[in-house]
Design a protein around this ligand. Structure first.
Ligand code: SAM
Length: 381
C-alpha cells in the first residue's frame, strides 16, 4: 500500500474517532516503582545539569514533572528506551539519558512554540496543527503535546519514513515502533504518526494537499534534518505560505550537508527562487572563512521566502567537542514567521508541494538536461 493511502487512512481514522484514534489503549494502571535506576529524582538531578536548564529554567522544571509522569505511565520496557544512554557524542560520554539529550536539543523549539501558540491564542485564531518533519522517535512532539495549551493545538503530526505504515497490518517501517505513541494512554494533544518519505514527490504532495491546506494555522518544524531534507522542508513551508494555506511558522535545524555524490555530479538546487550548486558549497575563495556547512546554511536562509526570518545558534551538549574540532555549526536553528492567512477553498490549489529540489546535474533522469518532467521519486536527492 502506498504512502498516500497511509495518509488517507490515518487521517480518515482520525476524523472518524477523533483524538482517541491516536490513543487506542486506556493505559496500564500506575505501576509500582520499577527497577530503572533512572528514577524521577535522578532525572531531576541530571536535567539540572544540561545547558537548557540555565537558558529555559521554567521549561526544564515542567519537563522534569512530565518525565515523572512518563516514568509512572509507561512500562519499564518503554521507559528504558527513553533513558538508555545517547548513541553518540557528549550525551554518551556523560552517560546522559537519551530523553534528556533530546530535550536539550528540542528546548529552543519548544520555547518558541509556546510563544507562537500563545500569540495565536491572543489573536483569536482557530486551533492549529504542528508538523514535525523527520520526527525520529518523537520526543519533540511528545514534549510539545504535554507543554502546549491543548485548546489551541488540534494535533501534532510526526512525519518520518521510519514509522510503520499503519494502513499495512504488521508493518514495522524502518524500525521505530509506535507503541509509546499509541498504546499507553492518551496524549493531551493528539499525536499522529505518518510514514512519509520526504524525498518522494508524490508523498510530499500528499502532505501538502491533505494537511497543509487544512483551514487552520500550521507550524512546520524539522529538527536535525539530513542533507536535502532541509530543502524539502523549506519548500513545503514556502508553498504553503505563498498559496494561502495558513502556514504561520517554520522552525528548522539542518544536521548535515547533502551527500558527497551531489558535488561530484554537479547538482544544482532550487527552492523559493534561490538556486545554488553543490560544488560552490566547498568554494573557499567565494566564501572566505566559512566551512561548507556554513555556506549551505547561508543558502538555506536565502531559500526561505518569509519576510520575517532569523537564524540563531543554540548551545549544545556537544559544544565543547565542536569548539575543539572547528566552528560550532550544527546547532543553528532557522525561525520564520508569517501572519495567519488562509484563503479558503482556493488555498494550495494547483500547487506542487513535491517539486524536486535538485533541478540539474549529471545523470539525473529529469530536468532540463534530460528534457523530462519531474519524477515521482527524486531518488538522487
Ligand atoms: C537525525 S534524525 C533527527 C530526528 C529528530 N528530528 C531529532 O531531532 O532527534 C533524522 C530523521 O530523519 C528521518 N529521515 C531520513 N530520511 C528521511 C526521508 N527521506 N523522509 C522522511 N524522514 C527521513 C530519519 O528516519 C530520522 O528519524
Amino acid at each position: 500500500m502506498s504512502a498516500v493511502d497511509e495518509l488517507h487512512t490515518a487521517l480518515e481514522r482520525y476524523k472518524v474517532s477523533g483524538a482517541s484514534a491516536t490513543s487506542s489503549a486506556p493505559g496500564p494502571p500506575p505501576k509500582a516503582p520499577s527497577f530503572s535506576r533512572w528514577t524521577p529524582s535522578r532525572i531531576r538531578e541530571a536535567i539540572a545539569t544540561i545547558p537548557a536548564a540555565s537558558v529555559y529554567p521554567e521549561l526544564v522544571a515542567r519537563a522534569a514533572d512530565i518525565l515523572e509522569g512518563w516514568y509512572h505511565r509507561f512500562p519499564l520496557t518503554i521507559w528504558n528506551r527513553f533513558v538508555r544512554f545517547a548513541d553518540s557524542g557528549t550525551g554518551r560520554r556523560q552517560q546522559l539519558p537519551k530523553v534528556l539529550k533530546e530535550f536539550n536539543e528540542a528546548a529552543p523549539v519548544l520555547a518558541r512554540l509556546l510563544e507562537w501558540v500563545e500569540e495565536s491564542r491572543q489573536a483569536g485564531q482557530p486551533p492549529m496543527a504542528i508538523l514535525d518533519l523527520g520526527s525520529g522517535f518523537g520526543f519533540l512532539a511528545m514534549f510539545a503535546s504535554e507543554l502546549l495549551p491543548r485548546e489551541q493545538v488540534e494535533r501534532i503530526y510526526l512525519i518520518d519514513k521510519a514509522w510503520p505504515n499503519r494502513s499495512v497490518p504488521g508493518s514495522v517501517g524502518d524500525g521505530i515502533s509506535t507503541s509509546h505513541i499509541y498504546e499507553h494512554g492518551s496524549w493531551p494533544i493528539p499525536l499522529l504518526t505518518l510514514q512519509i518519505n520526504m524525498k518522494n514527490s508524490r508523498e510530499m504532495r500528499g502532505v501538502g494537499h491533505h494537511i497543509i491546506r487544512d483551514p487552520q494555522p500550521t507550524i512546520i518544524c524539522g529538527i536535525h534534518l539530513c542533507g536535502t531534507l532541509s530543502l524539502r522542508a523549506i519548500q513545503l513551508f514556502n508553498e504553503g505560505l505563498l498559496s494561502g494555506c495558513g502556514v504561520t511558522g517554520f522552525i528548522m535545524a539542518p544536521c548535515c550537508l547533502p551527500r558527497r555524490q551531489h558535488r561530484e555530479r554537479k547538482f544544482f538546487y532550487e527552492v523559493g527562487g534561490h538556486r545554488f550548486g553543490a560544488e560552490e558549497l566547498h568554494d573557499k575563495a567565494a566564501n572566505p572563512g566559512m566551512n561548507a556547512f556554513e555556506v549551505y546554511q547561508k543558502h538555506l536562509m536565502q531559500c526561505i521566502q518569509a519576510e520575517e526570518k532569523t537564524s540563531e545558534t543554540m548551545q549544545s551538549l556537544d559544544d565543547a567537542v565542536h569548539q575543539r574540532d572547528g566552528p560550532i555549526d550544527k546547532n543553528v536553528f532557522f525561525f520564520a514567521r508569517a501572519p495567519f492567512n488562509h484563503i479558503g477553498a482556493a488555498a494550495g490549489k494547483g500547487i506542487d508541494f513535491g517539486k524536486p529540489v535538485v533541478v540539474e546535474g549529471a545523470n539525473l533522469d529529469y530536468g532540463p538536461s534530460a528534457g523530462l518532467p519531474a519524477p515521482t521519486v527524486a531518488a538522487a536527492a
